[in-house]
Design a protein around this ligand. Structure first.
Ligand code: PLP
Length: 362
């Protein structure tokens, strides 16, 4: 099938660009010796995970228990769940996942949360391996570095069904800082907190073997810090407009994922209407960008419609039925809206991969 034969809106991977992004990340990080555990919250797809594993990934992160269940069912079970888990239905599912896949690790940031986990897995085959999540400045989850983390570690050590194995400190608030000197300086400060807390816990007798951090915008800098054992980038596989604008060409990654759409209306001069609106291209990190149409901008025209507009001198000459490719503003929320990737090389669709963890937000 050629890409022009695809019905739209459709999610299209440029395989050459995706493979180059993956090669670039592993080439950059290999000299550091730090383990790369890519985050699958972005791609949500076992086929993409297998390509990452072949490139050198050692284990994967997932954001949600539902994503972990999908990956484990696909035979990918060296997993870290990077969000806290609470609530009876989820704790029951976690216990079942742990019984079948005891190597799945989870983060925890409170004594209350740790006790819930401990009770949930009490019938399990082995203790559940947990990482303390630290707040290294993002202001989301995470216990404070230093003494509060030490107190939590001591509490976890007293719980019979948990085993403390590491620390997670994700600096999500720093990923998109365009000024790389500022980004680096703030990453350094965050990593100092993370690694100092790991040392504090080791001094208390805890065997901290996993100190995990970093996203696409920061992982190279994180990996340069002694004491960081692992990085967990996700967006580099495809990139999006927000990341491209923040990192620029020095980032080393290209936009490998587009949404293909069709012009369905040309109601007036200066406007073309596409069949891709908010249900295909979320705007939580800005609007999508049309590919190869200089001077043309995209905005959503509602749930199902997208509007292209341009100045008189930039008329792209679009006709009803023409195809337009768009770079998503934010890939994670975009991917979550589609059932499958169409992977193309040289204009031919060579693979169709179900986005098996799409919508698995529980
Ligand atoms: C905990 C955690 N780690 C890693 C990542 C991956 O970051 P990125 O997609 O920016 O590479 C995310 C993304 O939101 C995250 O929440």
């Amino acid at each position: 099938m050629l890409i022009n034969d695809l019905d739209t809106p459709a999610l299209l991977i440029d395989l050459d660009l995706m493979e180059a992004n993956i090669a670039a990340l592993f080439a950059q990080l290999r000299p550091s010796g730090v383990r790369v555990r890519p985050h699958l919250k972005t791609a949500k797809c076992p086929e993409v995970a297998r390509i990452l594993a072949a490139a050198g990934a050692r284990g994967f992160c997932v954001a949600k228990l539902g994503e972990a269940e999908v990956m484990a069912a696909a035979g990918i079970d060296d997993l870290l769940i990077t969000s806290e888990i609470a609530g009876a239905p989820k704790l029951r599912r976690l216990a079942a996942l742990h019984a079948a896949h005891p190597q799945v690790r989870v983060v925890v940031d409170s004594v209350v949360g740790a006790r819930l986990l401990d009770a949930a897995v009490s019938g399990g085959p082995t203790p559940l391996e947990v990482l303390i999540e630290l707040d290294v400045g993002q202001g989301r989850c995470g216990t404070a570095p230093g003494e509060p983390a030490r107190a939590l570690a001591r509490a976890i050590a007293g719980l019979p069904h948990l085993r403390l194995v590491g620390l997670q400190g994700y600096e999500g608030h720093l990923q998109h800082i365009a000024d790389h000197r500022e980004r680096d300086a703030r990453v350094d400060a965050a990593m100092a907190q993370l690694t100092a807390t790991a040392d504090l816990l080791r001094a208390d007798g805890h065997a901290i073997d996993q100190v995990t951090t970093g996203g696409t915008g920061t992982c190279a800098r994180c990996a340069a810090h002694p004491g960081v054992t692992e990085v967990q980038p996700g967006s580099f596989v495809f990139l999006d407009r927000a990341y491209r604008d923040a990192l620029g060409p020095q980032g080393g990654y290209a936009n490998a994922l587009t949404v293909r759409s069709t012009v369905i209306s040309r109601p007036v001069a200066g406007r073309a209407v596409l069949d891709a609106g908010l249900k295909a291209l979320p705007t939580d990190m800005g609007n999508a960008e049309p590919v190869g149409l200089p001077g043309v901008s995209y905005r959503p025209g509602g749930d199902e419609h997208g509007i292209l507009s341009w100045a008189d001198d930039a008329d792209p000459g679009l006709a009803i039925g023409d195809r337009v490719a768009l770079i998503p503003g934010h890939i994670d929320t975009t991917v979550n809206l589609f059932d499958a990737y169409h992977a193309q090389r040289g204009g031919a669709v060579v693979e169709i991969w179900p986005i098996a963890a799409r919508g698995r937000s529980q």
